[in-house]
Design a protein around this ligand. Structure first.
Ligand code: FDA
Length: 500
């Protein structure tokens, strides 16, 4: 409530925030968490909390009046539709050269993501974060993170015949036949539940085209793992539908945190200011970077280092699809949770790690879709525009060309070997590459540059960065395990040294 004084305030409830909340509350510290999105706990009139990708309604998008599907076209024609404006679960945040998809709600990105829980290659982790002790990460913090996230492995014997993974087997076999290595990917979706979905004994979720607008069953999102465990300590309060707008030193010590309470169309209901001894920024790469860049420019946190707002990347993301021969069916039933990746990261000429992505349209489409993660070296920065009061991101679409080049080498080879072609109708009319959006925003407050080696913001004791903004633009695989493990490492140190 307005005027409250709290020991610890966490901004955002995604991976970085959830780890922070659990470890602080376990250490006996009362923790207040503020989240701009909704607490997704009440079903709609259809009895479901979330809608599926085939029937997007108001629950799908954050404050939009038309959907903005990542694969937004079919046969070159827009596949988007009108929806009522609402604080839906998936945000497509538009900057000049890129749309950044992010989860909105208690649980952050865990509500909308594909659940793939991939530990980065150790040599690459060392390359991107050389100041972090990799031995400790791989012995302690990655295992701690995957255990707490509820990561499980797919039963590969079941996978070999399951209808819902026919699409993945077709792509995997063609990659293998074209000379590429593939591997199974762990997930936080309960594969035991998915087996029952396939068998028809439980309500379908991953097998009912539920994924990017949320899953009603089966997924161990953060509200069911880290946040549930933090709540069980009795020391966590979560306040949803509150957008933090300012953080500044408080005259009585600690920090004044200002926030707007919003309704379900995004209108401000109230403005509140609380005083917090410590503030943990966990609003995601974009959310944290925007907030800190604005605070520096507005003179509220004027001494933040120049590196705040820099080093942003899209994890080299680019999407692409291939058209299959008519005899190579991909299946009408596709699990929304990917389970296999093409791993060509070791290729020095152009590292690519490509997830075999679902296209859960509920009908046979002969489409093989991929989300490629590449080693795109380009980076961008956030800057405050005083005229508009907005924070802008400098990324230009053309900066994604290295990602296209790397992915093209792999998929040209596969197409040649399989005598197949690209689909050029799914990302626009005559557009092969989905190069103007990302699921993996990373960086903006890079560890050891914008912060010290544990996420402390220099010059402001008690301010910490805990989320994907710490990672310098790339991690070579889907990022949430890296974000979670790094947060585990940093909060352990912060509790031991600063809080204890
Ligand atoms: P995250 O974005 O999770 O959380 C930040 C939270 O802060 C959000 O809930 C936001 O609403 C809130 N917030 C922001 N600003 C605020 C403010 N001013 N006030 C209050 N609250 C604020 N990764 C992976 O490893 N495997 C996968 O399979 C996928 N798949 C995938 C699919 C899709 C569609 C998307 C969009 C993303 C993925 N990802 C993924 C990426 C993954 O979800 C992402 O990397 C993490 O959620 C990032 O975690 P963070 O803790 O950094 O922020």
């Amino acid at each position: 409530a307005d005027g409250d004084h709290v020991a610890a305030l966490v901004i955002g409830s995604g991976y970085g925030g959830a780890v922070t909340a659990l470890r602080l509350t376990q250490a006996g510290i009362s923790t207040a968490m503020v989240e701009m999105g909704m607490a997704w706990t009440s079903p709609g009139t259809d009895g479901k909390i979330f809608c599926d990708v085939l029937n997007p309604d108001q629950r799908s998008y954050w404050l939009r009046t038309t959907t903005d599907q990542p694969v937004g076209y079919f046969l070159g024609v827009s596949a988007n539709k009108s929806i009522p404006k609402y604080t839906g679960v998936l945000d497509s945040e538009k900057f000049a050269g890129i749309r950044v998809y992010q989860g909105r709600g208690v649980g952050g990105g865990s509500l909308v993501n594909g659940g793939m829980a991939v530990v980065p290659r150790r040599d690459y982790f060392t390359e991107i974060l050389p100041a972090v002790d990799a031995a400790a990460m791989y012995a302690t913090y990655f295992p701690r993170a995957t255990a707490a996230l509820g990561v499980n492995a797919i039963d590969t014997a079941w996978f070999a015949t399951a209808d819902c993974y026919r699409y993945a087997r077709v792509s995997r076999d063609q990659a293998t036949a074209s000379g590429y290595a593939t591997r199974f990917l762990d997930n936080v979706y309960d594969f035991g539940y998915m087996k029952q979905e396939q068998a028809g004994t439980v309500t379908r979720s991953a097998l009912a085209s539920e994924v990017i607008y949320g899953n009603n069953h089966g997924k161990r999102s953060l509200d069911k793992t880290y946040l549930a465990a933090a709540a069980a300590t009795g020391r966590l309060s979560i306040t949803a539908q509150h957008v933090v707008t300012a953080v500044a030193p408080h005259s009585a010590g600690g920090y004044a945190v200002t926030m707007n309470q919003i309704d379900t169309v995004g209108a401000r209901v109230a403005t509140k200011t609380v005083r917090a001894d410590r503030v943990f920024f966990a609003a995601g790469s974009v959310g944290t970077s925007k907030l800190l860049v604005a605070m520096r420019a507005q003179g509220k946190l004027p001494n933040l280092p120049a590196a705040v707002g820099q080093g942003w990347g899209n994890n080299g993301n680019v999407m692409v699809a291939r058209a299959q021969h008519l005899w190579n069916t991909t299946g009408a039933l596709e699990s929304g949770m990917p389970a296999v990746g093409i791993d060509n990261w070791a290729d020095p000429a152009g590292p690519v790690f490509a997830e075999i992505a679902p296209f859960p349209a509920g009908t046979e489409l002969w489409i093989s879709l991929y989300l490629a993660i590449t080693k795109n070296p380009n980076r961008a920065r956030f800057a405050y525009n005083a005229a508009t009061g907005q924070v802008e991101l400098s990324w230009q679409t053309a900066q994604n060309q290295p990602a296209i080049d790397a992915a093209k080498r792999v998929f040209d080879t596969i197409n040649k070997a399989q005598a197949t072609v690209y689909r050029s109708d799914l990302f626009g009319a005559n557009k092969v590459w989905g190069d103007d959006f990302t699921y993996h925003p990373l960086g903006g407050c890079v560890l050891g540059q914008a912060t010290d080696d544990y996420g402390r913001l220099p010059g402001y004791p008690g301010l910490y960065v805990m989320d994907g903004s710490l990672i310098p633009g790339s991690t070579g695989v889907n990022p949430f395990v890296t974000i979670t493990a790094l947060a585990e490492r940093n909060i352990e140190k912060i509790i031991a040294v600063d809080v204890g």
